[in-house]
Design a protein around this ligand. Structure first.
Ligand SMILES: [Fe+2]
Ligand SMILES: [Fe+2]
Length: 218
């Protein structure tokens, strides 16, 4: 698996060069590391999990290039192309594509979760762990900056019951409530639930501090 990742890294680094919305090569490497850690604890196919974790966000780059949201499903042809020269059994390639296709399912999205295989569930957990905690806070503000979203828009209501990745929230603080604070209870594996606790608490403390400083009072 390590050799395959090394082989893919050169091309992936160049595809993700200049990405400033929190979906850069470092996100991919963290999700890879988190996914492999979860695999050690929970099982599942290490090769499928590792390669899928490393390739999961190509859809963000396609979206950036076209200026419109590209779903993970619509990024599969590009991923197939990247895997063409890589020595992986076709059945495993199929499973890698499946993990990528379903990595953005949430209990709190309208359709809920449909994937049941451990490999996809682990990739979802790893990606969601990198969306919370100190890194999650940093990434979400970077995303908001790139997409011209205000940090916080207190006049706008929190009225988003179902989360949908293709639609931006009115502000970055809104995004904590529509997605980030819901991720702790959305984790699939016990190991991810354990890791999510501290990161969740850190975000809650951050928000408390943010609101206490917002008015500019002492
Ligand atoms: Fe994604
Ligand atoms: Fe991601």
């Amino acid at each position: 698996m390590e050799t395959i990742i090394e082989k893919l890294e050169k091309e992936i680094s160049s595809i993700f060069k200049g990405e400033a919305s929190g979906h850069d090569i470092h996100h991919l490497k963290r999700v890879l590391n988190l996914a492999l850690h979860l695999q050690e604890k929970e099982g599942g196919d290490r090769l499928i999990i590792g390669v899928a974790a490393f390739l999961h966000d190509i859809h963000r780059i396609i979206g950036k290039e076209t200026g419109a949201f590209c779903s993970p499903k619509n990024s599969l042809p590009k991923i197939e192309e990247l895997l063409e020269g890589v020595d992986i059994h076709p059945e495993k390639k199929e499973k890698i594509l499946k993990c990528v296709e379903f990595h953005e399912e949430y209990d709190f999205s309208e359709e809920g979760k449909t994937a049941r295989d451990l490999e996809t569930l682990i990739v979802q957990d790893a990606d969601n762990l990198d969306a919370i905690g100190a890194i999650g806070i940093s990434r979400t503000f970077s995303y908001g900056g790139v997409h011209d979203l205000p940090m916080w828009a207190p006049e706008k209501p929190f009225d988003r019951e179902h989360f949908d990745e293709s639609e931006n929230d009115p502000s970055t603080i809104h995004h904590f409530y529509s997605k980030l604070l819901r991720l702790k209870d959305n984790m699939n594996t016990m190991s991810a639930k354990e890791l999510a606790g501290r990161r969740h608490e850190y975000m809650e403390n951050f928000l408390k501090e943010f609101f206490s400083e917002w008015e500019g009072k002492k």
